[in-house]
Design a protein around this ligand. Structure first.
Ligand code: PPY
Length: 266
């Protein structure tokens, strides 16, 4: 089985991919490159981040799972402990390189130290870059594992804004699972009073637990939205989906998979 993951070797997504699926792993610099490779049948699965407990949704992932013929096959919650990584001392550093999500998750630490953030493809690409440039004014943010991989030292540990920093990762493929206990759906609605609350009322009437609601802009029609809902199956998930399909526009069943949580990882 061939699994594509986001980021250079040592990225957080590479760590999640190893915990989620077994096979041969291939690194990709963008989420879209992974999806293109799945569409060309070069990959069986892709692993990408979808949301973070500090920074929220990964917009590109939400857009892809809605607009492309791609489905969620599993989810995994992983604790993210960011480190300041380099070959220098904290008082010499002026620039910190990392993935935009990591820079945002560590914004308090960056501001407090007066560092200039430099966005890179991934945390591991940033760390690799620092290992190559050999300049005391530059450091990177990423994992301890990646620091070891590129032979750099840890300058500070647990530098994220909140100690409880978790990212939810998903595996994606061209195929929908037959089994699972959690659904992800996406749809748009007529712009009229009560259209979203009607959907929520139906979910509530089935005594179904909604675990997440999210919206993304529908770029083709400015300031209209796509809604994303995750819910736990209680035996009536299928029936609920049939009803919601009829009450919404452009409905997509995005995934059926095994529910996991931050306590268990899986
Ligand atoms: O850049 C990485 O290492 C990634 O895998 C993306 C990411 C960035 C920050 C937190 C979780 C995942």
């Amino acid at each position: 089985m061939i699994i594509g993951y986001f980021g250079d070797p040592g990225s957080y997504t590479s760590m999640a991919a190893r915990l989620m699926l077994g096979g041969r792993y291939v690194s990709y610099r963008s989420i879209l490159d992974i999806v293109n490779a799945i569409e060309r049948n070069e990959l069986d699965f892709g692993v990408v981040p979808i949301e973070n407990s500090i920074e929220g949704q990964v917009g590109q992932t939400y857009d892809i799972i809605y607009y492309k013929d791609i489905y969620i096959n599993s989810e995994y919650y992983m604790k993210i402990d960011h480190c300041l990584i380099g070959n220098s001392e904290i008082n010499k550093i002026r620039f910190v390189h990392s993935h935009p999500q990591a820079l945002a998750q560590c914004s308090n630490f960056i501001n407090k130290n007066g560092f200039i953030p430099v966005p890179e493809y991934s945390t591991s690409y940033a760390i690799k870059t620092i290992s190559e440039i050999n300049n005391d004014e530059h450091a990177a943010i990423g994992s301890e594992e990646a620091a070891n991989l590129y032979n750099l030292k840890i300058i500070s540990k647990s530098i994220q804004n909140n100690i409880n920093n978790y990212t939810r990762f998903i595996s994606i493929s061209k195929h929908m699972n037959d089994h699972g206990d959690k659904y992800s759906i996406g749809f748009s609605l007529e712009n009229r009073p009560g259209s979203l609350s009607r959907i929520l009322n139906i979910i509530s009437a089935f005594n179904i637990n909604m675990t997440k609601i999210e919206s993304r802009p529908y770029a083709k029609n400015p300031f209209s939205y796509i809604f994303f809902i995750d819910f736990e199956d209680n035996g009536y998930g299928n029936v609920l989906i049939d009803i919601i399909k009829r009450e919404t526009i452009n409905f997509k069943l995005i995934g059926l998979y095994r529910k996991s949580g931050i306590e268990t990882g899986y």
